[in-house]
Ligand binder design. Structure first.
Ligand code: TYM
Length: 432
């Protein structure tokens, strides 16, 4: 029997055709259903023109395919007004897998292009509440391990604040979360997340926490040198852009619906969505930490990567070499080819691989070898950086502090309201 695809923040399942065949995830249908905007060439060109950076290959190739209000972020950048990036990770395992690093590496690239602050949330509270087998102590430890992985992706320390919910939440952040939760009804969270009367109450509250992380007032210390522990109207106005896998969208529909109801209302956060890096088993599922054979972990050795791809990577090739040469392969469903679309920078080379595989000139074994080499390089370079992340480095990223950033170099540096007021106060004091 035919079955519709089911995508939510905790699981991703592709649909099934009438005859039971698993179907690849239909992203256009998802975008339509959730009413997001597809990223078109005009948006990409405007980004390139404004920032002077060539679009990332994941943007050029439609792997980041959808958005909400990304154009408003470009307006904000163009005017030289402040905004910040926010993304996150739910620490359910000690190591990230390659799929997790896609939205994260893309966030690093956006941070480099826009030169803006980034807040990185580790939802150790979420994972303890949603995974029956995990305790807060375990998820907190995973958060610290994951934070070291995240740092190894290369985020600039001066512009990046990484925090664990279990450790950081208090003061303005918690006030935001409670105030926001007052605007959210049970019907709203049931609609967004499928909760019911037996759902534990922690799960009902948690979305408010993930949501208010998109408000600049949750981190007053980031914005100004003045000791400031208060939420202010000016800080609330700072826009936010959230890069993520599209499974996280339900959270941010909620914050976009309710952001205007806060005491100091914030603009609706803008979102940019990625597709899922396919599971080794094929494009009908996503690489997932809960299925170890579906995933390549950032802690895997070069040998493990080779074995996993050779053994498990779903192939679009034919059953024998003769058949393959005669009929050609199908790169669109071939996981090794799909991985090349993420990690091969050269567009022309990628196109040639596509054509050669389709024509049967390139064999599955050869294609797998290319994917193995690129992934070994990506993970190997990551591991070299990871070995240098000490506890002291971790502490630097996780200390709440003022961040240093510049924004659009063609415009004067943005002034946050409180910062501007602080400067005025200082000027008045020196006058006296
Ligand atoms: P988590 O830990 O499930 O996933 C972290 C990020 O990785 C993305 N992701 C993938 N992207 C591409 N291919 C895959 N196979 C793949 N698997 C996971 C997720 O979409 C996510 O962007 N509740 C969140 C943590 C969080 C968050 C956020 C994420 C808090 N605030 C803001 C994004 C933006 C979670 O458990 O993510």
């Amino acid at each position: 029997m035919a079955q519709a695809q089911d995508i939510n923040p905790w699981s991703v399942t592709g649909g099934q055709a009438e005859d039971g065949t698993a179907l690849a995830i239909d992203y256009d249908a998802l975008s339509k259903k959730w009413n997001t905007s597809l990223i078109d060439q005009a948006v990409i060109e405007r980004f390139e023109k404004l920032t002077g950076h060539k679009a990332h290959r994941w943007l050029r190739r439609g792997l980041f395919f959808s958005h909400r209000d990304f154009d408003k972020i470009l307006d904000t950048y163009e005017k030289g007004e402040p905004f910040f990036l926010y993304t996150g990770r739910g620490p359910s395992t000690g190591s990230l897998h390659v799929g997790h690093t896609i939205p994260m590496s893309f966030t690093k690239w956006l941070q480099d292009c826009f030169d803006v602050p980034l807040v990185f949330m580790l939802t150790d509270d979420e994972k303890a509440i949603f995974k029956d087998k995990l305790t807060c102590d375990e998820t907190l430890q995973y958060a610290m391990d994951n934070a070291k992985d995240i740092i190894s992706l290369g985020f600039d320390q001066k512009k990046t604040f990484i925090y664990s919910d279990l450790k950081y939440l208090g003061g303005p952040f918690l006030m935001n979360a409670w105030e926001f939760s007052k605007t959210v009804t049970f019907n709203q969270v049931r609609g967004a997340f499928g909760f019911n009367e037996s759902t534990n109450v922690g799960r009902l509250f948690f979305p408010s926490v993930q949501c208010v992380a998109a408000f600049a007032t949750s981190y007053p210390e980031i914005w100004t040198d003045e000791p400031l522990e208060k939420r202010t109207k000016d800080i609330a106005k700072i826009r936010c852009l959230i890069p993520m896998g599209i499974d996280q969208d339900p959270y941010f529909r909620l914050v976009r619906d309710n952001a205007g109801k806060m005491k100091y209302p914030s603009p609706k956060p803008a979102l940019i969505h990625s597709k899922f890096l396919a599971a080794l088993s094929g494009p009908t599922g996503k690489m997932s930490a809960s299925e170890p054979n579906s995933a390549i972990f950032m802690s895997d050795t070069a040998k493990q990567i080779k074995t996993k791809i050779n053994k498990y990577a779903f192939s679009g090739g034919q059953v024998s070499i003769e058949e393959h040469k005669r009929l050609g392969g199908n790169p669109d469903i071939d996981v090794s080819y799909i991985y090349l679309t993420y990690f091969e920078e050269d567009d022309e080379k990628l196109q040639k691989i596509y054509d050669d595989y389709k024509a049967g000139r390139l064999l599955t074994g050869e294609l797998k070898q290319m994917a193995i080499a690129l992934l070994q390089e990506y993970v190997g370079e990551f591991q070299e950086r990871r070995a240098k992340v000490t506890d002291e480095v971790l502490e630097q990223y996780m200390t709440p502090r003022k961040l240093e950033w510049r924004g659009n170099p063609n415009e004067p540096p943005p002034k946050i309201g409180a910062q501007a007021a602080g400067e005025k106060k200082l000027a008045d004091r020196t006058k006296k």
